[in-house]
Design a protein around this ligand. Structure first.
Ligand SMILES: *Cc1c(COP(=O)(O)O)cnc(C)c1O
Length: 384
């Protein structure tokens, strides 16, 4: 192999559009900087129209939106929530904070999403909800998940942190369960640094969601003129972002078609590059079922073994290409062992966590992209 270049291609570089400053300036000039200002209203309306949810509420993070979902479900200590172990910690933490027990089930070998065929075996009298995580912006099998939930009287929360603009059988992710959560963290497709949204599809949850988000007060009703004084009426916290964050978010929602187009182009270029390596057995490419429209959230490959993954990651990073792996399965992590339990074997989860590599993925990679492919080709062929 050639010596390492010193030029570094980061794994992620958040997109900032040309109009971001204009919106931020307008927000500053409005002197409306706390939550629920004009930009928050614009973002929420945009999300409601685009996703078709009953109500969208901006939050400071997807983590916050998931915590709100757990509060809205009135979970009690010992209640169980079925979820994948192959996910980000917030999926589980939100429910653990209520004293609930995450029950981890394995994922499908193709999409790495929750394996819907294993859900029913995990249900007990304490099961209250299923949390479906749409990994890499590819929808979980929501039709069977929704019918299992209905049969057993369970709620469905969609962790659509990675799922903006993706669809399952034509339906936007986050619009199918009773609650959905989006993330606008700087590693996602549409970003405001930190940020998120709770999507409410069940109209009966809307008013209480507004109360929980506003420190347990009926402040939203007060502003709509429904009550003449606002007061503490329920449990709650402060989940709303500053309107400045919403201004930054709005600048990206406004450009989402172009952002998505460019991400899809990059994803397709990676997918075309990886085809030959897949055919020759060096890696496995992501699988997107025909009824799922994904959103080019990330590009990952699965190496044949954990050792090969370690060497591939080492070669890329050693030569200045920022690439990463994830997740450390939650059921294997110290807090997962303490707070959760597993249902059945989690072999696919453990396997994916040992073999997956995420390639650098950001808008405007340009020449850096060609270099990534060149170095990745060399690293893969060196193995032989
Ligand atoms: C990013 C992510 C989160 C957390 O999002 P934040 O906005 O950073 O709180 C939760 N779940 C999944 C699956 C994620 O990818």
């Amino acid at each position: 192999m050639k010596p390492a270049t010193n030029r570094r291609t980061p794994f992620n570089k958040p997109y900032v559009g040309d109009r971001a400053l204009e919106h931020l300036r307008r927000s500053l000039e409005s002197r409306s900087l706390s939550g629920d200002g004009p930009y928050t209203a614009m973002c929420q309306q945009w999300l409601e129209e685009d996703i078709g949810c009953r109500k969208a509420l901006l939050t400071h993070s997807c983590t916050g939106a998931l915590e709100m979902a757990a509060l809205l479900l009135n979970l009690e200590p010992g209640d169980e929530v079925i979820m994948p172990s192959y996910t980000f910690v917030s999926t589980a933490n939100a429910f653990v904070l209520r004293g609930a027990v995450p029950v981890f089930v394995d994922i499908r070998a193709d999409t790495l999403n929750l394996d819907e065929s294993l859900i029913e075996a995990a249900i007990t009298p304490r099961t209250r909800a299923i949390c479906a995580v749409h990994y890499a912006g590819v929808g979980c099998e929501m039709d069977p998940i929704m019918s299992i939930a209905e049969r057993h009287g369970l709620s469905v929360v969609e962790d659509a942190a990675q799922g903006i603009r993706a669809r399952y059988r034509g339906l936007p992710l986050g619009s199918i369960g009773s609650l959905g959560a989006l993330s606008f963290h700087e590693t996602k497709n549409v970003v405001s640094g930190e940020g998120g949204a709770l999507l409410l599809n069940d109209p009966e949850l809307v008013e209480r969601a507004e109360i929980i988000r506003e420190k347990g007060t009926n402040r939203s009703r007060f502003f709509r003129g429904h009550v003449d004084k606002y007061t503490w009426v329920d449990v709650g916290s402060s989940y709303l972002p500053s309107d400045l964050i919403a201004a930054l978010l709005y600048s990206q929602l406004d450009e989402v078609d172009e952002i998505s187009r460019q991400r899809m182009e990059l994803w397709s270029a990676y997918h075309a590059w990886a085809k030959r390596h897949e055919e020759e057995g060096r890696l496995r490419r992501p699988v997107v079922p025909p009824h799922c429209d994904h959103n080019a959230h990330m590009y990952y490959v699965l190496l044949p073994t954990g050792e090969k993954r370690a060497r591939f990651l080492g070669s890329l990073n050693g030569r200045g290409i920022g690439s990463v792996f994830h997740y450390v399965p939650l059921h294997d992590s110290p807090a997962g062992v303490r707070y959760g339990r597993t249902s059945g074997r989690l072999d696919v989860t453990s396997d994916a966590s040992e073999r997956l590599v995420r390639m650098p993925f950001w808008l405007g990679m340009g020449e850096a992209f060609e270099e990534v492919l060149r170095i990745a080709d060399e690293a893969l062929l060196d193995e032989e």
